[in-house]
Design a protein around this ligand. Structure first.
Ligand SMILES: [Cu+2]
Length: 145
């Protein structure tokens, strides 16, 4: 059975206003949540967390393949503000690394966190390269804006 409901023009206007308010509220909340959380508070450092992870599989011939990665593979920071990079060793015994172009190096050991600090002076993309795992390469990127 069909039921026909009549809505007055005035009530329809209120529903439209309510719908617009709901949409605008949702858009505002979404915009607030999409703001970067990496912005430094005051002059504090930009703290970034990176983990060493491992991918392992067995190919069709039965040979085991493994690859290490920095995760996340790309981080974004602001130039001129100190960066505190925390590298945690989740997989792999040791990952000696260099950040090319920034003069930063260190080593990440399994179960430990290595903290390096630097202040990027120029915008650009800098590679963080593990010198132990080169085939396939273990590389991440620091994008300085
Ligand atoms: Cu490595």
């Amino acid at each position: 059975m069909n039921r026909v409901v009549f809505i007055s023009k005035r009530r329809l206007q209120w529903y439209l206003i309510l719908a617009v308010a709901v949409v605008l509220t949702g858009a505002y909340v979404g915009w607030q949540q999409s703001k970067p959380t990496t912005a430094p508070i005051g002059n504090g450092p930009q703290v970034k967390q990176v983990q060493t992870v491992e991918f392992m599989t067995t190919d069709a011939s039965g040979k085991q393949q493994e690859a290490y990665r920095f995760d996340p593979g790309t981080i974004v920071v602001q130039k001129g503000v100190e960066v505190e990079l925390r590298l945690s060793g989740t997989n792999g015994d040791s990952h000696p690394f260099v950040i090319q172009g920034l003069g930063v190096s260190g080593e990440v050991a399994k179960g430990k966190t290595t903290i390096v600090k630097f202040t990027p002076k120029q915008a650009g993309t800098y590679a963080i390269v593990c010198t132990a795992h080169t085939d396939p390469p273990m590389v991440g990127y620091i994008v300085v804006q």
